[in-house]
Design a protein around this ligand. Structure first.
Ligand SMILES: *Cc1c(COP(=O)(O)O)cnc(C)c1O
Length: 238
């Protein structure tokens, strides 16, 4: 029987990562530290474990609660940070609160209050990013740019949440110049608002950039890129 993890596939992933790291370095004209997070939706645990145990990947991100739970027991967890990067329903917070190191998609007080409540139960402080809807798209998660400052202010009421920075998903089908516009705008919010409000002890995180935009995102100041397709190949949804 052919395993999911053929030697060809292993080689392809390893080569992809070499190429990505080179491209990351070339794009990094500001010289900030950038974390490469692998977005692992639809990727089997066996493949994720190969990336974390043999290729030095330290950060992975899942975006569906059900999928994270189904893989969770099989994942190698030593020296691996598991993030939650997808939109999160309030009633599912309880399933992931003890399994992830950071939630990238906080965009309502109701969600924040539930994360705070569940974190308290587990005696932990949950690191979160506030998602900003930088393209001001309808039907998309994230806080509208002009509501960001007020929202951050309201989050200070929660003792078991630590705001570490911002996350954004740029509108799809952008041209490079559009990405530049959205990412630069996000970076300005990041500087203006967060550097005053986020606890100085923790270096602020700006989670922006995916497979088709990560170089532009790094040029514009991203400190964490979330990559799926360029690492693992095109996803096959069943
Ligand atoms: C799937 C996903 C990514 C990675 O997307 P690619 O285009 O495959 O790199 C990044 N962020 C989020 C929130 C995702 O759901």
């Amino acid at each position: 029987m052919k395993t999911k993890l053929s030697s060809e596939y292993k080689t392809a992933i390893a080569e992809n990562l070499v190429d990505i790291k080179k491209r990351m370095a070339e794009a990094n004209t500001m010289g900030q530290e950038v974390t490469l997070l692998c977005a692992t939706k639809t990727v089997p645990a066996e493949v994720i474990n190969y990336a974390t145990q043999e290729l030095g990947i330290t950060d992975i991100g899942e975006n569906r609660v059900q999928e994270l739970l189904s893989k969770y027991d099989e994942l190698e967890k030593e020296n691996v940070n598991i993030h939650f990067i997808g939109s999160l329903q309030t009633n599912k917070v309880k399933y992931i609160i003890d399994k992830v190191c950071m939630i990238h998609s906080v965009d309502s007080l109701k969600l924040a209050a539930e994360i705070d409540r569940q974190a308290k139960k587990h005696n932990k402080v949950m690191d979160v990013l506030v998602e900003i809807n930088i393209g001001e798209e309808e039907n998309k998660g994230g806080i509208a740019p002009d509501e960001l400052e007020g929202f951050l202010e309201e989050l200070t009421a929660f003792d078991n949440i630590r705001v570490r920075g911002l996350m954004t998903i740029a509108p799809f089908w952008c041209e490079k110049s559009d990405y530049q516009k959205y990412f630069t705008k996000t970076y300005r919010f990041f500087l203006d608002i967060l550097q005053q409000k986020v606890d100085n002890v923790y270096s602020p995180i700006l989670s922006m950039g995916m497979s088709d935009s990560f170089e532009t995102a790094i040029e514009c100041g991203s400190t964490l890129i979330r990559l799926g397709t360029v690492v693992f190949g095109r996803r096959e949804y069943k």
